[in-house]
Design a protein around this ligand. Structure first.
Ligand code: ADP
Length: 414
């Protein structure tokens, strides 16, 4: 089945075309045909498209909205010169959409119908920066492909709907939860489903015997305690702002700071929130960049104090979360790293694990240094009581597979 995976943002459209079916999923032989991104939709948009053979094309096109972007993408996909193997739009048999927020209602991926559209609309309040764009992407796709092509919604929050009450409730007046559903939702759920599935594949464990602490460390960063194969706690909360130190987000802070900074700097609460989202984290502390690779280079080459400080804060917070999840889940079999930083930044992994020797974690420096650039494997020593793994994540692949499963009514093994 040819599945188009879409992630529609405010002025961006990320896509991937995947050819997969039950057999390909079982043997990990799904075909990634093309992937890419259209940016600056609304004006002279910039597109970057890369095919499986590594060939890429880049250019600009005037695209006024998501509908125009999808039409552009479909024209490219079926153009014989693109050599995607798809020659007619009708050969796209399903579309999988990444949807940021499914609230409490959506516990798994679903076929999109009017009730689902309404459900996504109902939680716009909870994800005002994402759900409206995801919805626009779904409507534009339906307009372009017709109602006959099945579309599936895959929610970033769904995996965390298993959180117990004591983990998802804030210690706020309970009526705030009852009235407005103020609670912790968690994000990166699609990534965690993929990581725990791969971990099972690598270690031969059953879902019930999967007890891991997973860290998705990309531009956004979070941790997840997976016990018995399900999420029992995660570090992002009501929004993705809570938890670990991220590229530009602060993660955990004392909420009293918001009013204090607002008063001192003459900023409104939304302006302070914007600062916490966009000017904090690695960028805020280092004063240099939100990019971990650049920070590591800066720390290394110029011994920049604030670059070091930002990296240390980042690693320390991640280590604290590992410690708290060990307590929450009564021990773990493994720690799994994923995301751009988790998959590539060996020195950061080493810093995070350094002071976890008390719990029997021992990294193999050689394996740690080698496990970069998309390589998958164990980086702890044979004698390490808790294993440490690098498990490159692949959210798009999971969305494509979910789309096939939902459309064909297959059971999910994730
Ligand atoms: P997103 O969350 O936007 O998908 P990624 O998962 O690609 O982002 O992660 C981006 C982060 O990964 C950046 O901080 C980037 O510097 C970091 N990163 C990517 N490659 C490396 C590398 N080789 N060494 C260190 N950090 C890296």
């Amino acid at each position: 089945m040819n599945v188009l995976v879409l992630n529609a943002g405010s002025s961006t459209l990320k896509f991937q075309l995947v050819r997969t079916d039950a057999e390909a999923m079982a043997s990990d032989s799904d075909e990634r045909i093309a992937r890419g991104m259209i940016e600056r939709i609304g004006g002279e948009a910039v597109f970057t498209i890369r095919k499986a053979d590594g060939q890429s094309s880049r250019g600009t096109a005037p695209l006024r909205d998501q509908r125009a972007a999808i039409d552009f993408l479909l024209r490219w996909l079926v153009d014989p010169a693109s050599e995607t193997g798809v020659t007619r739009v009708a050969e796209i048999e399903g579309v999988g959409h990444r949807v940021a927020h499914g609230g409490e209602a959506f516990r798994r991926s679903v076929l999109i119908d009017d009730a689902v559209l309404q459900g996504i609309e109902d939680v716009i309040d909870l994800a005002p920066l994402h759900n409206p764009h995801n919805l626009r992407g779904i409507h534009a796709t339906r307009a372009a492909l017709g109602a006959g092509v099945p579309q599936v919604a895959v929610f970033d929050t769904a995996f965390h709907t298993s959180l117990p009450e004591h983990a998802y409730l804030y210690a706020l007046p309970y009526q705030l939860y009852r009235r407005y559903r103020v609670r912790r939702y968690g994000f990166h759920g699609t990534s965690y489903r993929y990581i725990s599935h791969r971990y099972r594949g690598l270690t031969g464990r059953t879902r019930e015997a999967t007890n891991i602490i997973a860290l998705h460390l990309g531009n956004g960063c979070s941790a997840c305690a997976i016990k018995g194969g399900i999420s029992i706690d995660t570090s992002m909360g009501f929004t993705p702002l809570e938890g670990l130190v991220m590229g530009t987000r602060s993660g955990d802070i004392d909420p009293a700071i918001i009013d204090f900074i607002g008063g001192k700097e003459g900023l409104s609460p939304p302006e302070v929130e914007n600062m916490l989202n966009k000017q904090s984290g690695l960028l805020g502390v280092s004063g240099l960049t939100n990019d971990m690779r650049e920070l590591l280079a800066e720390a290394d080459e110029h011994d920049d104090r604030r670059a070091w400080l930002a990296i240390e804060l980042f690693a320390y917070r991640a280590r604290k979360y590992i410690g708290s999840y060990l307590a929450a889940m009564d021990g773990t079999d493994a720690i799994c790293f994923a995301g751009g930083i988790g998959e590539n930044a060996a020195p950061v992994r080493a810093m995070i694990c350094e002071e976890l020797r008390w719990m029997g974690i021992e990294l193999d420096p050689r394996l740690n240094d080698a496990m970069v650039g998309g390589r998958e494997g164990r980086i702890s020593t044979d004698g390490s009581r808790v294993e440490v793994w690098v498990v490159p994540t692949d959210e798009e692949l999971l969305i494509a597979r979910d789309t096939v499963r939902v459309v064909q009514g297959l059971e999910s093994r994730y």
